[in-house]
Unconditional design. Structure first.
Ligand code: TRP
Length: 324
């Protein structure tokens, strides 16, 4: 089964990104044929500064490797190392009604947040469909906000096959990342734009300080506390073992423990995950060639798959090129 997902290189990743997406990507590589790419063409809709895009793209690769992505088990490559996706975007755009894109909620949300309403932003779902269809992907792990885009890719696959009386494209299925809301330091969903995130690669001291600043209620130290209503516990249970979670839950309910102590325990489990990752990342940063080689090798392999599908797609619609 081929699993595919794209990662936007939008800057520093945080614990919410890890728990909601990255962790699952890394786990899936054990059992499936996984293609992950850094969506740098998509990022151009919002990042229009070359050095920033170059740096962010590399950072995603470093972050994935540091958090445990294994390049011997799965592919991690740059979207732009498979330029055929932009060609396929055009072929799909001629069988995609404008009305379909008019209904995209993510476009409307982004424009409402002040992102420029460019044609690129508008046709973002077509590029995304091309990403998915060009590798004959079976399953696409994504968050809830991307499900509509996967449905659009399904529609485009069907329209293309029907229009050109062929079976070139496979119907992909979305796999919803566990409906997991990772609380941020203020109790709202963890998000870069809310400023309530724990970054994956800040130093241990900064992380601990931020964790100690989590807002809690004013239940006195001796009194029993409700773990379900506490952000500290909410984060702890996403990172601790089931036995550790159960133990902390009992201490909340028993009373006699202050939030300060729970925060220290949370900072410890955060550091248990991020400490070794921080060290791995520091090593990787020193070896620029290693990261670049990994991206290129994976890109070449992905491109082979894409080229074969593209040949069929061109043939199906009567595009003759010197290449085939
Ligand atoms: N749009 C996705 C996001 O913002 C990123 C992405 C681009 C993607 N192409 C994709 C995800 C293809 C899955 C499949 O998160």
């Amino acid at each position: 089964m081929r699993v595919l997902s794209g990662i936007q290189p939008s800057g520093k990743l945080h614990l919410g990104n890890y728990l909601a997406a990255m962790k699952q990507h890394i786990e899936l590589e054990e059992k499936h044929d996984c293609y992950y790419f850094i969506a740098n063409y998509h990022a151009l809709t919002t990042i229009q500064d070359a050095p920033t895009l170059v740096a962010n793209t590399r950072d995603v690769a470093l972050d994935y490797l540091a958090m445990g992505f294994d390049p011997t088990k799965a592919l991690l490559f740059r979207q732009s190392d498979v330029p055929e996706v932009t060609e396929l975007t055009w072929l799909l755009s001629v069988v995609t009604g404008k009305g379909l894109l008019d209904r995209a909620t993510s476009y409307k949300d982004k424009v409402a947040r002040g992102i420029a309403a460019s044609m690129g932003l508008f046709s973002y779902p077509i590029l995304m469909a091309a990403d998915i269809l060009i590798y004959h992907s079976d399953v696409v792990p994504v968050g809830k906000d991307q499900v509509q885009h996967i449905e659009m890719a399904q529609d485009m696959a069907t329209h293309f096959n029907m229009t050109f009386k062929c079976e070139v494209f496979k119907r992909p299925e979305a796999k919803l990342n566990e409906a997991l809301i990772v609380p941020g330091l203020d109790g709202q969903k963890m998000s870069k734009s809310y400023g309530n995130a724990v970054s994956l690669f800040d130093d241990a001291k900064t992380n601990r300080k931020r964790i100690m600043s989590i807002k809690t209620d004013s239940t006195p130290l001796e009194a029993p506390k409700d773990p379900e209503r506490c952000t500290v516990f909410g984060l702890y249970k996403l990172l601790a073992t089931p036995a550790e979670t159960q133990a902390l839950e009992q201490r909340y309910r028993a009373g006699g423990m202050g939030y300060g102590e729970a925060k220290q325990m949370l900072a410890d489990v955060v550091e248990r995950l991020l400490g070794p990752a921080r060290e791995r990342r520091a090593e990787l940063v020193k070896d620029a060639d290693y990261v670049e080689d990994m991206l290129r090798t994976a890109g070449r392999r992905a491109r082979e798959t894409a080229r074969a599908v593209m040949e069929q797609a061109r043939a199906a619609c009567g595009i003759v090129t010197a290449r085939n």
